[in-house]
Design a protein around this ligand. Structure first.
Ligand SMILES: N[C@@H](CCC(=O)N[C@@H](CS)C(=O)NCC(=O)O)C(=O)O
Length: 291
């Protein structure tokens, strides 16, 4: 057990910029913009400012699913926000999301632009706007909403809790890793039991609840997050793996997970998306300076 007496909190907390840990350079105890920077705007009604993290992927998958169904109103420009360089603190981004986190969407299709932030709110906004991927029958809708909000409340324990202390903190703290490993395993078991009885999270149909949960918990079930697959023995969650594999095969998901991605194999990265043809390998090669 880590020595619990190693740190005694002072009377008043003070911001120590040099506290270490990955991403310490972008963490601040205050909100608001640090610099002036307008957001770029492309030709489509939907302007997405994001990054290909699990929270960003939810929205690009949704937009690609809508386009696959023929909703041309979901055409979008996806702009890359490099959060490790502090781009989320530019004035334009803060106007789109006062919480300075990706993803942020601006819908220019109406008389006045509509800003939407928080990935769950964006998924619901798009689902309601296009009448897709959210059930209308009250009981099914309640189930879908319950799982959507479950994700919003649960994933911070996975990412900010477990992922941070297991992979990013400057030193390992047994108490913190134990606490969050326990919670993440409990959450995985919640999903595993649900998916033992249901093809998709909210029932027989694929919904925004699947889109919200898959990038985090599907990724975890496949050992793709924080190199923690063995540590958490994720192969135990067989129903989650069955569901994750089924979703991963969807063409829209394969496209959506490439958008704004800056990690992993180059052929899976499409830094910005402005047109459906951007997914063509040749175009990607050009964007990445390979052709
Ligand atoms: N609850 C938010 C979480 C968004 C979030 O945490 N975004 C991260 C990247 S995955 C971010 O932008 N971090 C930048 C920062 O914290 O400064 C959502 O679901 O949209």
């Amino acid at each position: 057990m880590t020595d619990s007496n190693a740190y005694i909190p002072p009377k008043v907390w003070a911001w120590n910029k040099a506290n270490g840990g990955r991403f310490a350079n972008i963490n601040r105890p205050v909100a608001g913009a640090t610099h002036d920077k307008e957001l770029p705007r492309g030709k489509h009604p939907m302007q997405l400012h994001s990054l290909g993290t699990p929270n960003g992927i939810k929205v690009t998958v949704m937009l690609e699913e809508l386009l696959a169904l023929g909703h041309s109103g979901a055409e979008y420009d996806a702009w890359l926000v490099r959060i490790n360089e502090g781009a989320q603190f530019g004035s334009g981004f803060v106007a789109a999301n006062p919480n300075s986190k990706i993803p942020a969407l601006i819908d220019y299709s109406g008389e006045k632009p509509v800003r939407v932030f928080e990935s769950g709110a964006i998924l619901l906004y798009l689902a309601e706007k296009f009448g897709c991927f959210v059930p209308t029958e009250p009981a099914l809708r309640a189930e879908c909403m319950s799982w959507l909000f479950w994700q919003m409340g649960s994933a911070p324990f996975l990412g900010g809790g477990f992922g941070h202390f297991y992979a990013y903190a400057p030193f390992k703290i047994e108490y913190a890793i134990d606490r969050f490993a326990m919670e993440v395993k409990r959450q995985m078991d919640v999903l595993n039991r649900r998916l033992a009885e249901s093809r998709f999270i909210a029932g027989d149909d694929y919904t925004i609840a699947d889109m919200a949960i898959w990038p985090w918990y599907g990724g975890m079930s496949k050992g793709q997050l924080y190199e923690a697959g063995e540590f958490l023995q994720v192969q135990e969650y067989t129903h989650v793996i069955r569901w994750a594999d089924e979703i991963a095969k969807r063409p829209a998901v394969r496209r959506g997970r490439m958008v704004n991605r800056v990690m992993g194999p180059l052929e899976n990265q499409l830094h910005e998306r402005h047109d459906a043809s951007d997914f063509d390998t040749q175009t990607q090669d050009k964007l990445q300076g390979k052709a």
